[in-house]
Design a protein around this ligand. Structure first.
Ligand SMILES: Nc1nc2c(ncn2[C@@H]2O[C@H](COP(=O)(O)OP(=O)(O)O)[C@@H](O)[C@H]2O)c(=O)[nH]1
Ligand SMILES: [Mg+2]
Length: 333
């Protein structure tokens, strides 16, 4: 079966700024059809040649309801004022598992949705977080080839998607609510440690004093964390979607960060590392798939081993040794 997509046409459209072709390109990279996968690969290779070192890739995480989408609307519109083209992508593994995708978030971004300088795409479909993350990385490449130079990725689901987004962005923002200091302990502490910028959102009305207190608490706590490899000093800012000055301050901080990591070439080296990790992750899942998944009517190469493991004849440890021995032999490793 031939693919109904033609990568060169899509690529030409994307680089000419044609949003319809960008949308088609994104559908192509998510397609599960074998014929499409070849076209998709060519398209991504071509787009990767075109990704811009100038772009800023921003990941935004925070609990549901903390105001991520609303804040992205503010930052995005302010960035457009400064001449950026803004792409907003979402990662939501929970919705892709059930087959749905977050469209509701678009309603939180009415101005961006209407702007010709912005492109909003709900979460990629996929059956695993790894799959969704990989599709999102490819989406970043397509958007950059289309000239979008501020790419914002919102984590929608909870859990591991934060780490996935951290590994595909230059700048990681953690959005918290006033008074919610729990983040400084337990599992959330790991996310605070990943952050390049902490934003206390909804710093308005009766929450204003509490937001200022939280800002102090976070700033103090951050001093105790290990310094960033790049030497970047993580700041804590307050924000309210009703205060454009605060939005401007966030955008300034993002631009400062971008200058800082660009000058010291940390941005390039981090991106190269991320590319390699992405490759290794994909390779791992492909190898696992090839080894473990059964094909229709045909026994997968290691099905007999699996059966022995299930029955308790072989321990998982011995089974892995056996599989690896065979793989190494066949691959000459
Ligand atoms: N007062 C106030 N409400 C906000 C602010 N930012 C977001 N909200 C509200 O918080 C709710 C959740 O926002 P949303 O952007 O959907 O959060 P998300 O789930 O993190 O994307 C919405 O009702 C927003 O209007 C803010 O700065 N101040
Ligand atoms: Mg949202």
């Amino acid at each position: 079966m031939k693919s109904k997509y033609q990568w060169e046409t899509i690529y030409r459209g994307i680089t000419a700024g044609d949003r319809v072709q960008l949308g088609r390109g994104l559908s192509l990279i998510e397609s599960k059809k074998e014929a499409d996968k070849v076209e998709a690969g060519r398209l991504i290779d071509a787009c990767l040649q075109n990704t811009s070192g100038k772009s800023i890739r921003v990941g935004i995480t925070g609990s549901p309801g903390s105001g991520k989408s609303s804040t992205i609307e503010c930052i995005g519109m302010a960035a457009i004022e400064r001449g950026y083209k803004v792409a907003v992508l979402a990662i939501d593994p929970s919705s892709s598992l059930t087959g749905g995708s977050i469209l509701g978030d678009k309603t939180r971004m009415p101005q961006l949705s209407a702007s010709k300088k912005a492109f909003i795409r709900p979460s990629a479909a996929g059956s695993t977080l790894g799959g969704v993350a990989s599709a999102t990385r490819e989406a970043i490449a397509l958007c950059e080839a289309a000239g979008y130079d501020l790419i914002i990725i919102e984590t929608v689901g909870v859990g591991q998607s934060e780490t996935a987004v951290y590994h595909m962005t230059d700048l990681f923002v953690f959005l918290v609510l006033p008074g919610a200091g729990d983040e400084l302990q337990g599992i959330k502490r790991g996310i605070v440690e990943m952050a390049d910028l902490v934003v206390i959102n909804k710093a308005d009305e009766e929450r204003t004093p509490l937001a200022e207190q939280s800002k102090k608490d976070y700033s103090n706590a951050l001093h105790l964390f290990r310094e960033k490899e790049s030497g970047w000093q993580v700041k804590v800012l307050t924000h309210s979607i009703f205060d454009p000055k605060k939005t401007e301050a966030i955008l300034n901080e993002m631009e400062d960060f971008n200058r800082f990591v660009s000058e010291k070439s940390f941005k390039t080296s981090k991106r190269q590392e991320q590319q390699l990790n992405w490759f290794e992750e994909l390779l791992k899942t492909s190898i696992i798939d090839a080894v473990l998944s059964s094909r229709k009517g045909v026994e997968a190469p290691f099905d007999p081993v699996k059966k022995e493991v299930a029955k308790g004849i072989l321990s998982p440890r011995s089974a892995v040794l056996k599989v690896m021995e065979r793989l190494k032999g066949e691959l000459n490793l």
